[in-house]
Design a protein around this ligand. Structure first.
Ligand code: HEM
Length: 502
């Protein structure tokens, strides 16, 4: 709208933003404009991890008002926040669930970068810095867990610290001195707090700065394959992408607040040197549970077993660390990387199975045959599903279509087909792994401790889950064959609710 002299009339908000921009240089192109293809939440999982970190920093600094890092009053100071500070329990819950979401987002970000192989040349260093940031994030979890001084957290932290024992004595004493373990609980708690609120935040910000510098140098990794001009179009960081990221952050924060309000956290029992007999066995929080479950396998019992178990876990992390130097090929298309994609899917499935399994077997040593059945079964199931996918689906999706079929499958563009297949497939994969591991575990329990109604019901539940997954896979294959016109006989039950043009 213009005034009588034809000058454009600006609303108050635009005038303020324009004033800020002209004084602060917000739209000065310090940072690269962003390509259109990256306007999707999957490209900004790292940024959302930064948002989660910011929420942790803000809620953590507020909690510092009341928190006392001393074994004699740490629990009371936390309990005071829960019981007497307005919205104190809500605040504590946000900080806990914020921690969970930061770890989950960092893992999702890592796995997304793994599957789309954005760690390949020239971004190898970004991956390695990312791994270090992942460790720092786990460090936040480890050091933060003990601060409220509850029975379960102190016991689990002690178990965690004792896992250092098989290492060379010089490293053990250095680490234990650093953590203040050798000087008693008072020093230990002060050290853990200092590491949690000073050392780790500083390390994370330093690593983040380095990573963002590399991101500016290389730009965001484009998707594999041909890009359309529309996908390559550049969008200014301010205000367009900034507003987009603000929207994503607002959505994430809102979800975190709603979940924290709906499922408030209850402070567990205080730590005591003589805990009551019914105290549950020490168990780390879910993000360390997969490691702990590996160490609970019978084969890793005893001193030698423990060293072996720790070596296996270290090798897993080492392999992830040097991944850019293992998977070095130029090829980045998912359809053309069956081995690494399948390995990645097995990794995710085993993580989920180990965490779930760990949560239902606290304090139990796991017999080796059960481990082979469950972990081997999961790996086999995932490998079979992927072999099927690569044999049936990707051969079709990567253009081995007959000219006619290609023309006829206009409605199912390659991209839509890949997105549709990928999302449904992930669901099937996780569902399938849980259903298979659950069935095997229910069956194994019945073999070892006799048939009970409960176990029979559980087995029936898991098997019907497996049935659903199988039906889902057949439905997916059918839909794809229909879309690529390679169907021989139509099955109406699989087309319920589909538009007639199919
Ligand atoms: C606290 C943990 C982490 C934070 C805060 C973080 C943050 C970020 C940010 C802001 C980006 C820019 C793109 C985006 O927003 O996704 C990014 C990119 C990247 N990150 Fe992370 N990251 C973390 C952990 C990791 C981990 C654990 C890995 C892998 C082991 C990793 C590997 C990468 C790679 C390879 C890129 C480049 C992606 C591309 O160019 O498309 N990051 N990270």
């Amino acid at each position: 709208m213009t005034d009588e002299e034809g000058v454009e009339k600006q609303g108050p908000v635009v005038r303020v933003v324009r004033w800020l921009d002209s004084r602060l240089g917000l739209s000065y192109p310090l940072l690269r404009p962003v390509p259109r293809f990256s306007i999707s939440p999957f490209y900004w999982l790292g940024a959302l991890t930064v948002v989660a970190f910011t929420i942790q920093a803000v809620t953590g600094m507020i909690l510092l008002i009341w928190y006392v890092p001393d074994p004699a009053s740490a629990y009371q100071s936390t309990a005071f926040v829960f019981s007497s500070v307005t919205d104190g329990r809500f605040l504590e819950t946000i900080h806990l669930y914020g921690a969970y979401s930061m770890i989950l987002l960092a893992v999702m970000h890592m796995m997304r970068n793994y599957f789309v192989s954005s760690f390949k040349k020239p971004r190898e260093a970004m991956w390695i810095v990312g791994m270090l940031m992942g460790f720092v994030t786990l460090g936040f979890g480890f050091t933060g867990y003990v601060l409220p001084w509850t029975q379960i957290s102190v016991d689990a932290t002690n178990v965690g610290i004792n896992l250092l024992n098989p290492l060379p004595p010089s490293i053990v004493s250095f680490a234990k001195n650093l953590l203040g373990v050798t000087s008693g609980y008072s020093t230990e708690l002060i050290r853990f707090e200092a590491i949690h609120i000073v050392l780790l935040p500083a390390a994370l910000l330093l690593l983040l700065f380095g990573k963002m510098y590399m991101l500016e140098a290389h730009g965001i990794a484009p998707p594999a394959g041909e890009l359309t001009p529309r996908q390559q179009r550049l969008i200014p960081l301010f205000p367009n992408v900034t507003v987009y990221l603000l929207e994503l952050s607002a959505l994430f924060t809102a979800a975190l607040l709603v979940v924290s309000a709906a499922f408030p956290y209850t402070l567990p029992a205080q730590f005591s040197l003589t805990p009551p007999l019914n105290t549950p066995p020490p168990q780390p929080d879910w993000y360390f549970l997969w490691m702990y479950q590996i160490l609970k396998l019978d084969v890793f019992e005893g001193t030698v077993g423990l060293s072996l178990g720790l070596t296996v876990i270290t090798l897993i992390f080492a392999a992830l660390f040097v991944l850019p130097f293992i998977d070095r090929g130029e090829e980045r298309r998912i359809a053309k990387r069956p081995l690494f994609i399948t390995l990645g899917a097995i990794f995710v499935a085993e993580l989920a199975v180990l965490i779930y399994w760990g949560s239902v077997t606290p304090g139990q040593t796991i017999p080796n045959y059960e481990a082979v059945l469950i972990l081997g079964g999961t790996a086999l199931a995932v490998a079979l599903i992927f072999a099927g996918i690569y044999k049936v689906m990707f051969s079709k999706l990567t253009g081995s279509l007959t000219p006619d079929a290609a023309v006829q499958s206009r409605s199912m563009t390659m991209k839509r087909a890949q997105l549709w297949t990928g999302s449904l497939f992930t669901l099937l994969l996780v569902g399938g792994s849980l259903a298979i591991s659950g069935s095997i575990s229910a069956f194994a329990t019945m073999v070892t401790s006799g048939i009970t109604n409960g176990e029979l019901l559980a087995l029936a539940g898991y098997l019907s889950g497996l049935g659903l997954v199988l039906f889902g896979t057949i439905y997916l294959l059918y839909r794809l064959d229909l879309a690529t016109d390679s169907i021989t006989s139509r099955v109406k039950v699989l087309e319920v609710g589909w538009p007639n043009d199919q």
